[in-house]
Design a protein around this ligand. Structure first.
Ligand code: 5AD
Ligand code: SF4
Length: 460
C-alpha cells in the first residue's frame, strides 16, 4: 500500500485555526505534511490523536484565547480518563513563535510548541512529542516550502474552487504597533517557479481563483530561473497565463510597495480582480509617523488616485487602528476624513492593543480604553455608511460572479462578485464552478442578491 493512502488504523488530526488567511493556508499545509505519515484530518476533536491550535498573536485578545482554549482541551482530554488513548496537544503559529517556553510553563498539558517556520518538520516533531515535550521556534536555514509536500489532487478538489497561495512571508517594515516582524521574521519571497508549480497544481485540482498571500505581499520579489527578482505585478502576468486560473487576488499590501508595475497589471489583466486591501491604519500624519508607516495621508490619497486611474472600478478595503499612543481627537477626525475621502467598499478597524516587544508598547501616552471604544464605534459607523453605499451602487449592474457553493436555502447558490461581495442567486447548483453574468437585484447588510443573465457591466 502506498504511504499516502488512508490506512485502516489512520490517526486523526484536529486543527483549530485562528487569525489571518495565512494561518488558514498553513493549517492546510500542516495537514498535507502529516498525510503521508498516516494522519487524516477530522472536524471532531473527540476522535483526534493530535490536536493543533494554529494561533494568532496580532492583538492581545487573540493571544489570550489560546490559553483559555488550551484549558478547555486539557479538561476534555482528562475527562477521557487514564485508559483513553493518548491525545497529543500542540500549539503552532504566531503565539507559539512569540511565547514558546512560556506556553510550556503556563500550560503543562501542551506536548509540542512550534513556530511557522517549522511546519515542514512537523511529522518528526510529533514523533518526538510522543516521548518528550518539544519546543521548536527556530528560523531554520532551509526553505520550508521546498520541503512541504503538495496535497494529493483529490484533496485539492475537496478544498473547493478558491485557494490561498502563500508567495511571501514576514515583514521588514517594523510598524511600531506590530508583532509580525518578530513572529514571522524578515521578509522572504518564494521563487517564481515554485509559485507557478503550486498554482498549476491548484488549477489541475479545479481551483478557479487564487488569492496570493503574504504579510507584505506586494513587496514580493521572488527570483526567476535566471536569478532575477520578479515583482508581484510581473508574477500576476505569469499566473494569468495558467489555464484554468480565472481570477487572481492578493493580500495584504503596504502602500509603499504599491509600484507602477502592479498598478499597470490592474489595468492590463482582466484576471486580476478589482479589489484591493490597502491598509492605511490612520489618517493623521503625526500618528502615521509615530506608527513608522513611512508615508503621509496625502501620499496614500495620491496612490489611490493613481490606482483608480488604472482601474476605475477598483473596490478599496483597508485596516484602521484607533487609540494608538498619542492619538488626539483631531488625529482621529483625520482618520474619519480619510474614510470619507477614499469611500472604502469595506474596511476593518481595531482598538490599539499593546504588544510586548514592539515600540508602541512602551510609548508613554497610551490612550484610555473607553476613548478607544468610543472612537472604534464612530469609525465603524462611518465605514458602514461607505460599505452600504458601495453595495447600493452595485444594484442594477450585471457582474461576473464565480458560483462557488450551494446557498443557504434549496435552489440557491452562493458566489462572489469581482469586488469580493458574497452574492446569493436563485439558480441550479449544477452551475457551481462557472463564472456567470449576474444582475444584482438587491442587497442585504453584507451581501448582494442577483439573477443570472447573459451580458455583464462594470461598477464604474
Ligand atoms: N493593535 C491593534 N491592531 C493591530 N493590527 C496590527 N497590530 C495591531 C495592534 N497592536 C491590525 C492592523 C493590521 C491588521 C492585520 O491588524 O490594522 O493591518
Ligand atoms: Fe505589521 Fe504590516 Fe506593518 Fe509589517 S507592514 S509591520 S505586517 S502592519
Amino acid at each position: 500500500m502506498s504511504e499516502n493512502r488512508t490506512l485502516p488504523n489512520a490517526k486523526k488530526v484536529f486543527i483549530k485555526t485562528y487569525g489571518c488567511q495565512m494561518n488558514v493556508y498553513d493549517s492546510d499545509r500542516m495537514t498535507d505534511a502529516l498525510a503521508p505519515h498516516g494522519y487524516e484530518p477530522t472536524q471532531e476533536m473527540g476522535e483526534a490523536d493530535l490536536v493543533l491550535l494554529n494561533t494568532c498573536h496580532i492583538r492581545e485578545k487573540a493571544a489570550e484565547k489560546v490559553y483559555s482554549e488550551l484549558g478547555r482541551i486539557r479538561d476534555f482530554r482528562d475527562e477521557r480518563g487514564p485508559d483513553a488513548k493518548k491525545m497529543l496537544i500542540g500549539v503552532a503559529g504566531c503565539v507559539a513563535q512569540a511565547e514558546g517556553e512560556e506556553i510550556m510553563a503556563r500550560a503543562p498539558a501542551v506536548d509540542l510548541v512550534f513556530g511557522p517556520q517549522s511546519y515542514h518538520r512537523l511529522p518528526e516533531l510529533v514523533a518526538r512529542a510522543g516521548t518528550e515535550r518539544v519546543v521548536d521556534t527556530e528560523f531554520p536555514e532551509e526553505d520550508k516550502f521546498a520541503h512541504l509536500p503538495a496535497p494529493r489532487r483529490e484533496v485539492t478538489i475537496s478544498r473547493g474552487l478558491t485557494a490561498f497561495l502563500t508567495v511571501q512571508e514576514g515583514c521588514d517594515k517594523f510598524c511600531s504597533f506590530c508583532v509580525v516582524p518578530y513572529t514571522r521574521g524578515t521578509e522572504v519571497s518564494r521563487p517564481v517557479a515554485q509559485v507557478l508549480a503550486e498554482a498549476r497544481a491548484l488549477a489541475e485540482g479545479g481551483v478557479k481563483e487564487v488569492t496570493l498571500l503574504g504579510q507584505n505581499v506586494n513587496a514580493y520579489h521572488g527570483r526567476d530561473d535566471a536569478g532575477r527578482p520578479v515583482s508581484l505585478g510581473a508574477l500576476c502576468h505569469r499566473l494569468a497565463e495558467i489555464e484554468g486560473i480565472e481570477r487572481i487576488r492578493y493580500t495584504t499590501s503596504h502602500p509603499r510597495d504599491m509600484d507602477d508595475e502592479l498598478i499597470a497589471a490592474h489595468r492590463d489583466l482582466d484576471k486580476l480582480m478589482p479589489y484591493l486591501h490597502l491598509p492605511v491604519q490612520s489618517g493623521s500624519d503625526a500618528i502615521l509617523k509615530a506608527m513608522n508607516r513611512k508615508h503621509t495621508a496625502a501620499h496614500y490619497l495620491e496612490l489611490i488616485e493613481k490606482i483608480r486611474a488604472a482601474r476605475p472600478d477598483m473596490a478599496l478595503s483597508g485596516d484602521f487602528i484607533v487609540g494608538f499612543p498619542g492619538e488626539t481627537d483631531a488625529d482621529f477626525e483625520a482618520t474619519l476624513d480619510m474614510v470619507k475621502a477614499v469611500g472604502y467598499a469595506s474596511a476593518f478597524s481595531f482598538k490599539y492593543s499593546t504588544r510586548p516587544g514592539t515600540p508602541g508598547a512602551t510609548m508613554d501616552n497610551q490612550i484610555e480604553e473607553h476613548v478607544k471604544a468610543e472612537r472604534l464605534e464612530a469609525l465603524q459607523v462611518e465605514i458602514t455608511v461607505h460599505q452600504q453605499a458601495f453595495n447600493a451602487g452595485c444594484v442594477g449592474l450585471v457582474l461576473p460572479v464565480l458560483i462557488e457553493k450551494p446557498g443557504r436555502n434549496p435552489g440557491q447558490v452562493a458566489g462572489r462578485s469581482p469586488y469580493l461581495q458574497p452574492v446569493h442567486i436563485a439558480a441550479d447548483p449544477g452551475l457551481i464552478g462557472q463564472i456567470l453574468p449576474v444582475e444584482i437585484v438587491g442587497r442585504a447588510k453584507n451581501s448582494l442578491e442577483g439573477t443570472i443573465v447573459t451580458a455583464e457591466r462594470r461598477a464604474v
